[in-house]
Design a protein around this ligand. Sequence first.
Ligand SMILES: [Zn+2]
Length: 106
Amino acid sequence: MKKWALPVGWANVTADKMRSIGNELEIWGHLNTRIVTCLLCGQSSRVIHSHYQRTLTDLPISEYCVQLVLQVRRFRCQNPKCPRKTFAKPLTGIAPGFLNKLQAAK
Ligand SMILES: [Zn+2]
């Protein structure tokens, strides 16, 4: 598989494919994380519940508008007493602007 150099801050992302259409650059990838800690109880899990896609807009590279289409894993919490049955790894460092907006809204 071909490897590409990704922008700084995307250290946990593996790029699966790239394509450019006009002045837009789409980068399709996934997080490298295989074990994630539940945000509520702290239990580690590697059991994948499902996947979903997030599309994030990044700063432009040269004349290209950059979009990251990220395949995100949703994990199942392994603690039977935890009220949070599924969770995804926060995209810290990848989507800081989005997280900052959420934190500011609280
Ligand atoms: Zn939990």
